[in-house]
Design a protein around this ligand. Structure first.
Ligand code: WTA
Length: 653
């Protein structure tokens, strides 16, 4: 093995069981047929999928319109409504089926049938209309993970209002920026959120966001009374959720939307600058989510689906608010956190609700390994049949634990690569069609023309790292950045690549079987003495050490090597200090040298009790890079889950 060969080059391959294969929605033959069809008749492939999976008020006659590339249009003369597709079309045969199992922070749960969901969405939609909300208006949703958050999003979709959900952990400044950028007419919030036994005032954060007097677009603030706390009140524009729905009819004719009409905006961070308002369409977006459910999650009507994301992120949009409902699934909406009342909450809930399909993030898996590697074994997890992972590369060690300890060796893991911008899965296993490998998101889905290219846009050879691109437009791709077409075009369809290839911003390589291995964001790739190193490779090596719970690696400028490797490490035990820290650091350096090669050995190791993470669990690499350089942190750290670790991580061993 060459010095820098990745530890991600896993040799293990896991075949699905016969039982899984025999019952799978997509067999390997069906998979090949889909790929062939997409290759031979691209538009026909997508047209068939859109006709089969969506219910159209007015069927489309046009499929793909490339005349104004990269502003592509799909199904542009068709009409449909997302809320109708998620709810009404199931009422014929699933009115009494549970749509949502809403589990609150304290463990109480409520079952909401499709009929009840319909009635509640309609009442709230009528309430919004009574407040003057019309098609195309923007509504900011800043809510805890409640059933009402889903109801609010669905109600917007029903009347054609464009929602912009802001994650409940964001600060008032972030809320304000998003209100202003989208010129929102209405804000929907709750008096407080309840997570892990803690109460966080959301309404007062909204008040703070509005207090600068520069959010003139806002006419009303709708407040869900989640707790009994006293709530600051502004008579001129505040209104309780229960008053909004008071006396409203439980029928509301959906607004028939053009397939290309925006369904929502969701702000996401770019590598620099202010967050971008990723704008998704109605038809193409919904189609992408449905195909992910059927192909990747192998959705069956008997499933109990649970995506643990927050609706504040794309994963919660697609895999809580829209796609599970669009296929008529029973799903869990969970208000709480994985560690409350203790670190067995996920496993306990899987047992309680007989969850079949469980979808979470590697960061959650790693923290649960740290807190209780044996806890899953104490629960009956026999209902599980499929596991999913999303958001970051999953290191093979966490993968193996997820596979063996949670899935008991029985459940395929679908490691799903996609982005806020892609709206739905892009590269992910079709679990009954081909085997999986720990740490690889496997193959592009049918119809997704993914490739790995060099700076000029030419495909790189197998085994070589490059930039992940998607060469043909696909329906669930973002349509633009809200009111910033120029930034959309230059960020995602750069001229250097010819202006027609979607640049994902990740680097990756293909192995001998064509399986794709994500190496990390392009900006996270290090160049050490002319060798390309994925930060993830080094992290993966570190995490493979029995002492290490979590690690993040960044580069810092180095006179001789170009870049040097800095590793921020959380041990499974206590944070080491003094001699002990020196000893462990030396051990880890030689460990990495042993696992990957001396070239990848960290120059600098820093220990913390945790890593700086956003409340969604993403490691703030930008901050780590600042710390690595020994510079003072001037970035805003107010949205960090755990600001106190910053000081620990600024100390070199
Ligand atoms: C990363 C989350 C490796 C990637 C759905 C991407 C992943 C970014 C995976 C998008 C995966 C997501 N393996 N990396 N399975 N899934 N990523 O917009 O760097 O929050 O570009 O969407 O997360 O993050 P976003």
């Amino acid at each position: 093995m060459s010095a820098i060969e990745s530890v991600l080059k896993e040799s293990r391959v896991f075949q699905p069981s016969d039982d899984f294969v025999n019952n799978a929605n997509i067999s390997s033959d069906a998979y090949n047929a889909l790929c062939n069809k997409a290759n031979e008749d691209y538009e026909g492939f997508w047209a068939d999928a859109a006709m089969e999976n969506l219910t159209w008020k007015k069927p489309f006659t046009q499929v793909l319109d490339e005349s104004n590339a990269p502003f592509y249009k799909w199904f542009a003369d068709g009409e449909l409504n997302a809320s109708y597709n998620c709810i009404d079309r199931h009422l014929i045969d699933k009115a009494n089926k549970t749509a949502i199992i809403y589990e609150k922070d304290d463990g109480d749960s409520e079952h909401i049938t499709y009929q009840q969901l319909h009635d509640r969405v309609c009442q709230f939609a009528n309430g919004l209309k009574s407040l003057g909300v019309r098609k195309g208006d923007r509504v900011v949703i800043y809510m805890p993970m409640t059933a009402e958050a889903v109801i609010a999003m669905q109600a917007c979709a029903r009347i054609g209002a464009i929602h912009s959900v802001v994650f409940g952990g964001f600060s008032s400044g972030a809320v304000r920026d998003r209100i202003k950028d989208a010129e929102a007419k209405i804000i929907i919030t709750a008096n407080e959120s309840v997570r892990g036994g803690k109460f966080t005032p959301l309404k007062s954060t909204v008040d703070e966001a509005l207090s600068h007097g520069d959010c003139d677009s806002v006419e009303k603030v709708i407040v869900l009374k989640r707790t009994d706390s006293d709530t600051p009140w502004n008579e001129s524009h505040d209104i309780w959720w229960h008053d909004v729905i008071q006396g409203q009819a439980s029928q509301c004719e959906p607004e028939w939307m053009n397939a290309e009409d925006p369904l929502f905006i969701l702000y996401t961070s770019g590598s620099t600058g202010k967050p971008k308002g990723v704008q998704h369409s109605t038809g193409g977006y919904l189609l992408g989510g449905i195909l992910s459910m059927r192909w990747v999650f192998d959705y069956k009507s008997s499933d109990v689906f649970w995506c643990t994301a927050d609706v504040g992120w794309i994963t919660g949009h697609t895999f809580i608010c829209y796609a599970p409902l669009a296929v008529g699934a029973t799903q869990i909406v969970f208000e709480g956190v994985p560690t409350y009342p203790d670190a067995s909450r996920f496993w306990q809930m899987i047992e309680k609700h007989k969850v079949t399909t469980f979808y979470t993030a590697p960061t959650a898996i790693r923290s649960l390994i740290k807190l209780g590697p044996d806890l899953p074994g104490k629960f009956d997890l026999s209902s599980l049949r499929l596991l999913g992972s999303v958001g970051e590369p999953i290191n093979p060690e966490a993968w193996m634990w997820y596979y063996e300890t949670v899935g008991q060796g029985r459940c395929p893991i679908v490691d799903t690569w996609w982005q806020t911008e892609t709206g739905a899965h892009m590269i992910a296993p079709i679990p009954g069609a081909f085997p999986i490998k720990p740490g690889s998101c496997t193959l592009p889905l049918p119809g997704i023309m993914a490739d790995i290219v060099d700076e000029s846009g030419a495909s790189v050879e197998q085994g070589k790292g490059g930039s992940l691109v998607i060469k043909r437009p696909f329906p669930s791709l973002l349509r633009t950045i809200w009111r910033d077409d120029a930034r959309f075009a230059s960020t995602y369809f750069p001229d250097e690549l010819g202006g027609k290839m979607y640049l994902a911003g990740d680097s990756a390589y293909r192995d001998e079987q064509g399986y794709i291995w994500i190496m990390g964001r392009i900006d996270d790739v290090l160049n050490v003495s002319g060798h390309r190193l994925g930060t993830m490779e080094i992290e993966s090596a570190l995490v493979a050490n029995p002492l290490v719970a979590e690690a993040a690696v960044v580069g810092k400028p180095h006179d001789v090597k170009g870049e040097a490797v800095v590793a921020f490490v959380v041990l499974k035990g206590n944070r080491p200090e003094g001699d002990e820290a020196q000893k462990v650091a030396a051990e880890l350096k030689s460990w990495v040298a042993h696992e990957i090669g001396k070239i990848a050995q960290p120059d600098d190791i820093r220990f913390g009790e945790n890593l700086p993470k956003t409340r969604s669990g993403k490691i703030m690499r930008r901050l780590l890079r600042t710390l690595a350089k020994g510079e003072t942190v001037t970035q805003d750290i107010s949205t960090l889950e755990n600001p106190h670790v910053m000081e620990q991580l600024s100390e070199s061993v």
